[in-house]
Design a protein around this ligand. Sequence first.
Ligand SMILES: [Fe+2]
Ligand SMILES: [Fe+2]
Length: 170
Amino acid sequence: MLNKDVAKLLNEQINKEFYSAYLYMYMANYYAEQSLSGFENWFDVQTKEERDHALLFRQYLLNNGESVKLLPIDAPTQIYNNFREPLVAAFEHEQFVTASINSIYDEAYQCKDFRTMQFLDWFIKEQGEEEKNADDNIKKFDLFVSDAKGLYMLDNEMKARVYAAPSLVI
Ligand SMILES: [Fe+2]
Ligand SMILES: [Fe+2]
């Protein structure tokens, strides 16, 4: 069993990770509708990663004898005015998720819940990578997309991203 507050935050994180998956699927849909299949692919891969994160939090709770309460997932409704805006929104969203993971870590730390801190270590590192990837996308966009040819080339690069299962096994 885990501390009640830690377990509650971990349970809520399942929802936040599934919402992340929803948000990135929404962005993938946006790019698909614009025939940017590379950007679509990049966010499709991201969607799968977020689903994986949700499942890891679920598994951790179950492994610790906690029940899992599934909460409703909000539908993304953002309107994007250009191809750059989802990239910025993705970066901001990752910063939000980092803060959320940090607050669970902080609660676990207060409770001397070393097991949960160790479990969260992987996510602390993962969030560093997530923020960097999202920031890189914005930087590449700003560097290369001054015309249709640049957009075409960046779209081709985004096409190369492949899904890999998470390195964390619990
Ligand atoms: Fe995530
Ligand atoms: Fe993420």
